[in-house]
Write a protein that binds this ligand. Structure first.
Ligand SMILES: [Mg+2]
Length: 266
């Protein structure tokens, strides 16, 4: 049976879980600091591959939560690690913006627009038709094809932004291929990497997030303790209709320390 009291590493989604836009979700920073004081390790894991992990360190520190350099994990980083392990020395055609390109370069991965060995689709907020067509050509030619994450859209004030999933559909409708592998939540690759990196059993890891089909599904797929918070996308009605059932449902991240104490005293 899964218990939150035996969790050593808490993996948090960001938007809708820790903050919304530029606002902390009431009490989440204090709760995360309390978990640190209890000796728990913290990781923030986002599917957004349009920013470098360092951008998130700066963002959280600016918002008021002290954040350390190894506490951020993005789907872009998962992709870089996967490429280093499976395609070391290979050249990558990357559909991604400047920040994702910089992340790949930081990992020492060579990018090539004209002579790649593999192709990667990321959340490209600087997308041009020319580069989308180039990706189609490489996918059509049969190059290994990797996606950083699967989201169809990215929440934004007023109107959602088309994310990578919408473009993967465009590629599929054009040349008839979907990615060979997808990184990011809810797929298992990142979870296996987290368990290895922290040397923990999956039951010692909790995934905390506001989306059932990415955060909670990721926790379930990886064998982690799954915690749904109702501070973002999911409400009680969506939860009751969903087949994806989290191990714990809380209003907010701030309720986690009390839940652990409750279980320890039971
Ligand atoms: Mg979220």
């Amino acid at each position: 049976m899964k218990n939150i009291k035996s969790v050593e590493l808490f993996v948090f989604d960001l938007d809708g879980t820790v903050y919304i836009g530029d606002d902390e979700i009431d009490g989440s920073f204090d709760a995360i600091n309390s978990l640190r004081q209890m000796g728990k390790r913290i990781c923030f894991f986002t599917n957004n591959s349009s920013r470098m992990h360092t951008d998130y360190i700066a963002r959280l520190n600016k918002l008021g939560l002290r954040t350390y350099s190894d506490e951020i994990y993005t789907s872009g980083q998962v992709t870089c690690e996967y490429i280093l392990d499976n395609y070391r020395g290979k050249k990558v055609f990357l559909l991604g913006n400047e920040r994702l390109r910089a992340e790949f370069e930081l990992y020492g991965i060579e990018l090539s627009d004209d002579d790649p060995d593999i192709c990667v689709i990321g959340f490209d907020t600087s997308l041009t038709y020319e580069r989308l067509y180039k990706l189609c050509k490489y996918v059509n030619a049969g190059l290994p094809y990797i996606a950083t994450h699967p989201d169809f859209f990215c929440p934004a004030p007023g109107c959602p932004m088309p994310d990578i999933g919408a473009l993967m559909e465009a590629v599929r409708l054009t040349v008839g291929r979907s990615p060979d592998i997808i990184m990011g939540k809810p797929h298992k690759t990142a979870g296996e990497r987290l368990a290895k990196k922290y040397n923990l059993h999956p039951r010692q890891i909790a995934m905390v997030g506001d989306r059932l089909y990415t955060d909670v599904a990721f926790g379930k797929n990886c064998g982690f303790v799954s915690v749904l918070v109702l501070s973002g996308e999911t409400d009680k009605e969506m939860l009751s209709r969903s087949k994806i059932k989290p191990d714990y449902v809380l209003d907010k991240v701030k309720d986690i320390p009390a839940l652990i104490k409750e279980e320890q005293e039971a």
